[in-house]
Design a protein around this ligand. Structure first.
Ligand SMILES: Nc1ncnc2c1ncn2[C@@H]1O[C@H](COP(=O)(O)OP(=O)(O)OP(=O)(O)O)[C@@H](O)[C@H]1O
Ligand SMILES: [Mg+2]
Length: 158
């Protein structure tokens, strides 16, 4: 049986977009992806392609750097894309409505370390890092504790 964590290399931005599209098709209400990694690692690139692949008419997907949250209506669910880099307090997590979104919506969260003890335990963690082998290569680690992610992981990494 496949086990957490899994590691892979994303050699180009296109490979990252392809993985995002593959994962997108499996998501529904209550699915949370925590996108970790340093500035420029590819978190927004991944989220943008994931969101656009779910839209009937792909729109611009701006980085939610200043708004903290952008929401989208896609056929599968309401989708929230958050960048918590500028979160000022844990109270703001509830004020933004994120706690209920974790259970009811698809949520994509950049800088999820800001959530501290509010981190949803049912989330899939994706940690992006730069790859010394090339400017356009990224390493990705996928981790989960909720078994609901197993079928998707087995399909993506057969
Ligand atoms: N293999 C790759 N996967 C993803 N992005 C890549 C890859 N190679 C190059 N890039 C480029 O790296 C940049 C990643 O920027 P992005 O805005 O996604 O970073 P981020 O992790 O969201 O940073 P921030 O913490 O500032 O929000 C993009 O310009 C993207 O085209
Ligand atoms: Mg970003």
């Amino acid at each position: 049986m496949i086990e957490s964590p899994l590691h892979c290399t994303l050699s180009t931005p296109e490979e990252t977009a392809e993985l995002a599209t593959d994962i997108a098709g499996a998501l529904g209400p209550g699915d949370c992806l925590l996108l970790e990694g340093p500035i420029g690692a590819g978190k927004t690139h991944f989220a943008r392609h994931l969101i656009q692949s779910l839209q009937d008419h792909p729109e611009d997907v701006p980085s939610p750097t200043f708004t903290l949250v952008q929401t989208y209506d896609v056929p599968a669910a309401e989708l929230w894309h958050a960048d918590l880099y500028r979160l000022t307090s844990l109270d703001e997590v509830e004020e933004l409505g994120l706690l209920s979104a974790f259970d009811d919506c698809i949520t994509l969260i950049e800088w999820p370390d800001r959530l501290e003890e509010l981190t949803p335990t049912h989330a899939l963690h994706l940690t992006f890092s730069l790859d010394p082998d090339g400017e356009d290569a990224r390493r990705l680690t996928l981790q989960w504790s909720d078994e609901k992610w197993l079928p998707l992981m087995e399909r993506i990494f057969p």
